[in-house]
Design a protein around this ligand. Structure first.
Ligand SMILES: Nc1nc2c(c(=O)[nH]1)N[C@H]1C(S)=C(S)[C@@H](COP(=O)(O)OP(=O)(O)OC[C@H]3O[C@@H](n4cnc5c(=O)[nH]c(N)nc54)[C@H](O)[C@@H]3O)O[C@H]1N2
Ligand SMILES: Nc1nc2c(c(=O)[nH]1)N[C@H]1C(S)=C(S)[C@@H](COP(=O)(O)OP(=O)(O)OC[C@H]3O[C@@H](n4cnc5c(=O)[nH]c(N)nc54)[C@H](O)[C@@H]3O)O[C@H]1N2
Ligand code: SF4
Ligand SMILES: [Mo]
Length: 719
């Protein structure tokens, strides 16, 4: 037995989740990952992705040492270098850019919220660049958080683990049995449904979650705000709202009532395709069969009316009093101190240079929850130099060639850079374009505290480094090393110093937390009865004054998606179907995991789901390879013909590339949903969100290859 061998408690972070796990280390290697039964969140269960952790960590493709580009950009030729060589050259070049074209010409990017999230912001602030991004700021989760803060003074989350079970759960554009996002794991949701909660799903697909629901509302993608407005109206006009709560704890009721006056069930049915009777039944149950959870997803944010869509849905909680009550939606918050992102280090003149901040005030302005750059604007600046040159991009856990809208535009942007640095676990298509590729640590290889502020009850766990693979390093340590070389403020603070600072409010050091593994807060309910809600009015803001002050509509409204059969009938002649992208799959996390054999074996091909009538119209059979085309491009996927989707809608997977394929782009343009999406305007006026769900498309069957045998990758691809 080597020192450090044994069995350890840890917490899986392949997704946002946070399943407590038992990790077996033998001879310095992680050999097994199993669930640990002591956490109320996963209760002794884990999913296939988490269980495949050892296969991912020791995969032959895993990046294990730093690489420097030796051929032309994109040729995919790299040479091994030491960490010192890589980081000293990167630091020298960043320093030169800072002096020549200003710190704002250096951008940082990261993928969806992972352990290093705040450290990337810390680095950007201390380096002096306002230009960092994360896909969620405009299109995922931050609109929900911001709207919750504005409407009821904090983010709320379903009380799945409390003593009072919910009676009704309204799942809106959300499939938590698969996605279990943001710290709320699939398992307690599954248990609540199994114990008899009545589920309602608003989803164009009868998703895994919808299959466990009593009522499915098969909505036309992109029209959620119309449905929500009509539900608001029904709840008000039928008298289903909580009168006492509304009178005592809300403002703007009469204005809201006026705003939704025309939003009849028939009006909403014509727009959304949801039968009026189902809409009324959903509204009645959610309002009256209490306590109710409203569990909402990313679909509400992937459209250019995200602010008002999220607002319309958020208001339902306020009208029905399902807020801060046992078995309803309760407040999450941080148990520990905020990560020291050193926001004050960013000079005021840099704030003004943040790309998009002048237009999208809740994305990049001073009132934004986590001020960041607008991704389409930033990528456009890389390729056009407008409003100024962005010359360098440092990426930590982001594969924009696969996951950012308008993949072809992203390629052009990345090619135009003077310096691209990519820290990742695997050689992705994005990494193939880099000047430096840095090997990042996997979750059992890092020290961190894993906080779950958006679960009930709130929890914090310690993550201990249990193994090291090759020369892989934790992202925070890479950034700290660069910060030291550049002489940035805070560079001498170690990661342990930071973790100890954060844990001070609960009176523990990182080592002490690691001993205990997990600390959980007592649940609290109805705090508003003492101090009111944490909004300026101390009430739930049905009409939101803060929005009005920023120049946005204080009341929710519906806007037809810009590319739809209604708003673009001419285009719809050539592209007659409605496209939605990115419904999550259990095996993969976005673009991750395609090289892990046991995951890929379960889902070998990218899928396009469509209904039997729609398929028949285009002579498509289940299992055929098809072309899905939008005004931006075309990709190939395998058809799944199913009754579990609204007719006239095509739902496609996102994040696809083919690690097994030759070439340097690994077929990232063959089946990638973002070849079809658009990152151009219109944008949501507050968040800068753009349409990923509710576009137009056409489909056609592709001739099967000889013998009808499924090709290893989509047919007809030149690469
Ligand atoms: N069309 C369409 N596009 C979408 C979406 C959609 O629904 N439709 N969803 C969007 C949403 S909501 C999001 S959040 C984004 C996600 O977009 P991304 O975050 O870019 O997606 P991932 O593929 O999860 O992560 C990118 C890379 O991070 C690497 N990685 C994982 N963990 C670590 C780590 O700890 N350190 C480092 N250095 N690297 C790591 C992975 O190997 C992977 O290559 O995609 C967006 N794109
Ligand atoms: N396994 C796995 N888990 C994940 C991820 C992953 O890639 N893989 N990604 C993580 C991330 S970053 C995120 S943001 C979350 C997202 O997780 P969720 O919020 O659950 O979102 P999705 O699964 O993308 O979509 C949920 C449902 O919305 C439906 N839908 C599509 N378009 C519309 C629409 O216009 N309106 C409505 N009402 N419904 C629509 C889809 O059919 C789908 O069933 O998942 C997280 N968890
Ligand atoms: S649900 Fe998420 S945290 Fe849990 S095992 Fe799966 S990947 Fe890991
Ligand atoms: Mo996301």
């Amino acid at each position: 037995m080597a020192p450090g061998d044994g069995e350890f408690k840890s917490i899986c972070r392949v997704c946002h989740g946070g399943c407590a796990a038992r990790v077996t280390v033998d001879d310095g290697r992680v050999v097994k990952v199993r669930p640990w039964p002591g956490s109320p969140f996963n209760r002794g269960r884990m999913c296939v992705k988490g269980l495949a952790t050892p296969q991912a960590m020791y995969h032959p493709d895993r990046l294990t040492h730093p690489l420097r580009r030796v051929g032309p950009r994109g040729a995919g030729r790299f040479a091994r270098v030491s960490w010192d060589e890589a980081l000293s050259d990167i630091a020298a070049r960043l320093d030169a850019f800072r002096r020549e074209t200003g710190p704002e010409s250096v951008a940082l990017g990261q993928g969806t919220g992972r352990h290093h999230y705040f450290h990337v912001i810390r680095f950007a602030n201390t380096f002096g660049t306002p230009n960092w991004y994360e896909p969620g700021l405009a299109n995922c989760f931050i609109p929900r958080i911001t709207v919750s803060n504005l409407t009821y003074g904090g983010f709320v989350t379903g009380d799945y683990c409390g003593e009072t079970p919910p009676r009704t759960i309204l799942f809106w554009g959300h499939n938590p049995l698969v996605s279990g996002p943001d710290g709320k794991l699939a398992f307690p949701v599954r248990d609540a449904l199994a114990k008899g909660a009545y589920g309602i799903a608003v989803d164009p697909r009868r998703s895994e979650t919808a299959k466990h629901c009593g009522l499915w509302l098969p909505i036309r993608p992109g029209t959620d705000a119309a449905l929500a407005l009509a539900m608001i109206r029904a709840i008000i006009e039928e008298g289903w709202y909580d009168r006492e709560f509304v009178e005592a704890h809300t403002t703007g009721f009469e204005e809201l009532r006026g705003r939704v006056a025309q939003a009849t069930p028939a009006w909403a049915e014509a727009i959304t395709g949801v039968p009026a009777a189902s809409l009324l039944e959903a509204a009645r149950r959610y309002a009256l069969d209490r306590p109710s959870i409203l569990d909402w997803g990313v679909s509400l944010e992937q459209n250019p009316n995200s602010l008002q869509t999220v607002r319309a849905v958020a208001i339902l909680r306020g009208l029905t009093g399902n807020l801060d009550v046992p078995g309803g939606d309760v407040f999450g918050s941080e148990l520990v101190a905020a990560y020291p992102v050193l926001r004050q280090a960013l000079p005021p003149e840099a704030w003004a240079k943040r790309i998009g901040a002048d237009r999208f005030k809740l994305l990049g302005g001073l009132r934004a929850f986590m001020p960041s750059a607008h991704i389409p604007g930033l990528f456009s600046a890389m390729r056009t130099g407008d409003p100024y040159r962005v010359r360098a991009l440092l990426l930590f856990g982001n594969n924009p060639l696969a996951t950012v809208a308008n993949s072809r535009g992203v390629l052009e942007s990345l090619r135009a850079l003077d310096l691209l640095v990519v820290a990742d676990h695997f050689p992705t298509p994005t990494a193939a374009l880099a000047d430096y590729v840095l090997p990042a640590a996997y979750w059992p290889e890092i020290d961190q505290i894993i906080e779950l502020p958006f679960v009930a009850p709130r929890a914090v766990f310690a993550h201990r480094k249990l193994a090291t693979v090759g020369e892989c390093r934790q992202n925070e340590l890479i950034l700290n090393d660069l910060a030291r070389r550049l002489g940035l403020p805070g560079a001498n603070e170690s990661l342990t110093d930071i973790l100890d600072q954060r844990l001070a409010p609960i009176g523990l050091t990182f080592d002490e937390l690691a001993e205990r593994f997990m600390v959980m807060a007592e649940p609290r309910y109805r705090c508003y009865t003492e101090k009111g809600f944490r909004t300026p009015s101390r009430k739930v803001e049905l009409s939101c004054k803060a929005l009005a002050r920023l120049g946005y509509d204080p009341l929710p409204s519906y806007a037809e998606p810009p590319e739809s059969p209604v708003s673009a009938p001419d285009l719809a002649r050539d592209f007659p179907l409605v496209l939605t992208t990115g419904a999550r799959r259990p095996e993969f996390f976005h673009s991750d995991g395609r090289q892990i054999e046991r995951l890929r074996a379960r889902r070998p091909d990218p899928l396009a789901e469509l209904g039997p009538e729609t398929a028949a119209r285009f002579a498509i059979a289940d299992g055929d390879w098809i072309m899905v085309k939008s005004p931006r491009g075309e990709i190939r996927l395998r058809a799944r013909v199913t009754r579990d989707i609204r007719e006239g809608v095509v739902s496609i997977d996102h994040g696809w590339w083919f690690p097994e394929r030759g070439g340097t782009d690994h077929g990232v343009f063959a089946s990638n949903a973002n070849v079809l999406t658009n990152d151009g305007p219109p944008y949501d006026p507050a968040f800068g969100s753009y349409q990923l769900r509710g576009l137009l498309c056409a489909v056609a069957r592709i001739e099967p290859v000889a013998g009808g045998v499924a090709p290893a990758h989509p047919p007809g691809d030149a690469a």
